[in-house]
Design a protein around this ligand. Sequence first.
Ligand code: PEP
Length: 248
Amino acid sequence: MARRKFVCGNWKMFKTASEADQLVRDLRSRLSSGQVQVAVAPPFTALAAARAALTGSPIQLFAQNCHWEKQGAFTGEISAPMLKELGCDGVILGHSERRQLFFETDEMVGRKVRAALEAGLHPIVCCGETLQEREGNKTWEVVSRQLRGALDASTAQQVTIAYEPVWAIGTGKVATTAQAQEVHAQIRGLLRELGGAAAADSVRVQYGGSVKPDNAAELLAQPDIDGALVGGASLKADDFARIIAGAR
Ligand code: PEP
């Protein structure tokens, strides 16, 4: 079954609201509406400006995190219904920076996935091994534990997965197409086990980790790579547009 490619730009903690407005305008001027689903994920403070600048565009708006509760005494946190009301289409969850720097566990990611779906947001669920784990032949043990911890039979059918080897994020080191395809195929097998044929056939599995204009087309041509989660290169409209062109 042909899955529509999905490319999302994770802006991390870059871009003020006015800078986000400019980047969205630059991106819109470079993209023709096409077969590829495109999303941008600015920081919370730039979501409203990006939403306004995206008016009338098919480019979707994603947040980079949310809390699992709808509301409450959680200073500094943002809930899924808050993001929904702001006009977000989805949310990135369980990014390795959240896991490593903010101690998010698989169980927390699972609670966030359920909260996002309940609020009507599409989750991109991130997974991936560290260099030490890869060198210790623990890649699949880690990735499968992360996904089993975050997904169940019902939620497995309703998400996008981003496989992001931690050693490839922001380092300029890209997984080889063979390394990425191998894990993507294993993820597809796990999706079948968790959510049945519907999940295995329809859930997109993005690759993330130093995706650039010059390597995107080759990665995205792999049978189980259905798109990309792009960090650094999504901050430049030209580079991001060229990556999207490579996904076609
Ligand atoms: C990311 O943070 O999700 C990412 C893939 O970053 P980069 O593209 O910069 O490696």
